[in-house]
Design a binder for this molecule. Structure first.
Ligand code: FES
Length: 132
């Protein structure tokens, strides 16, 4: 009978011990993710496109002058996904109306910081972005 009770206690404690282990062990750190996200033709001058890199939203912009930029697309206020506005040539967050310029600087609204800019490269007509 004692063996049965000890076995039952050991088996039922596994979920509890697993939960304790998950909360007490340090989280795994993920390294940078580099991906070819789209082609250059998909983001012509004065347009923006949102893509996903390593499960993070990334806003690609080609300025009216043809310069390419990439930003983490989470607004620095509360994390909504921002978008490029062609008519205003800026980056806009519809949640609480923050506006960023095309350098990612916060210029109006409640966003407290600029959008993090990401490294971008063009390889064989593909836009390659790295997210850390
Ligand atoms: S989340 Fe973007 S302005 Fe609030």
């Amino acid at each position: 009978m004692n063996i049965l009770i000890v076995s039952w206690a050991a088996i039922t404690s596994i979920p509890f011990l697993s939960t304790v282990f998950r909360y007490t062990s340090p989280p795994k750190r993920e390294g940078p993710v580099t991906e070819a996200v789209t082609t250059t033709g998909e983001v012509p001058p004065n347009t923006g496109k949102t893509v996903s890199v390593g499960n993070k939203p990334v806003l690609l912009i080609t300025t009216p002058e043809g310069e390419r930029r990439a930003f983490l697309a989470n607004c620095t206020h509360l994390g909504c996904v921002v978008r490029y506005r062609e008519e205003e040539n800026d980056i806009y967050c519809a949640c609480h109306h923050s506006v960023f310029d095309i350098e990612g600087e916060n210029i109006s609204g409640p966003a407290p910081r600029p959008l993090p800019q990401l490294p971008i490269e063009i390889e064989n007509d593909h836009i390659v972005v790295t997210v850390s």
